[in-house]
Design a protein around this ligand. Sequence first.
Ligand SMILES: [Mn+2]
Length: 301
Amino acid sequence: MESYRKSIVPHSFLSSSISYEEANYVIIGAPYDSTSSWGVGSRFGPSSVIEASEYLDPFDLELNCIPLEAGIYTIPEISILELNPESMVKLVKDVITNIREDGKVPILLGGEHTVSLGGIKALKDYIDVLIVLDAHADFYDSYGGRNISHATVSKRASEIVDQVIVYGIRTLGWEEKNELDGVKNVKVIKRNEVDRNDLIEILNAIRGKKAYISVDIDVLDPPQVPCIGTPEPGGLTYLELTRLIRDIIKRTEVVSMDFVEFSPCPGIRSDAYLVAKLIYKAIGYHVSYLGKEDLGCYPDR
Ligand SMILES: [Mn+2]
């Protein structure tokens, strides 16, 4: 269980070569896509994103600093591909628990959305609110005969977390609508239901709370990132998404983030690069507003 701390990582996020001990942020690849209903392939997400990240410029033009200096370490991918969803969630939970206990910020990389349940379970006692950015509500009580599935993630999470906010949805199953009517701690916001000012108001209402952000890459508009399992038209632009993540991190105390459902297509490099940049940007905002040391970042310029 502890062996990953000393192991040599062939590919690390932004080619970082620091030790686990020195890191404030830890990238965890969770290659799992066993319950995916349409496009399988998100198992290749973590390795593809980490490979693309090696081409990122460590200097952040917007923040005017090098967030990488906060220390980012990449552990080897967790071996979960062959597990059933329950065992997979348990193993991801154990890894995230260890990283949290070491005082580091876990950044989980899927894999399908189901892997988030491992992170959420590990951190449920440390978070007040779960913020899910997703094209779908993922609020089925069971899907394809499974209680733990990419389509039930927010429903399962709502049973263990006090408050859940889902933003960005563009489609909803009838069964999901009925499930949502039966819960009080979940706020699902349609993509076009609110403008940026409304979103800021919603975030101001949770100011200072401890938060977990789960980013389903399909919250983006399919032309922005075509390589996803379940594409849904009408999504966010890259800039809208990064700004929203910044707005969240500026107001809440984000303890962990995950980025899931990216499913690389052979021959397309821009997608993996976009996801890598999105993750580095999110880490950059975290370093700026919540970082342990002042690296001279200026997020509001
Ligand atoms: Mn999802």
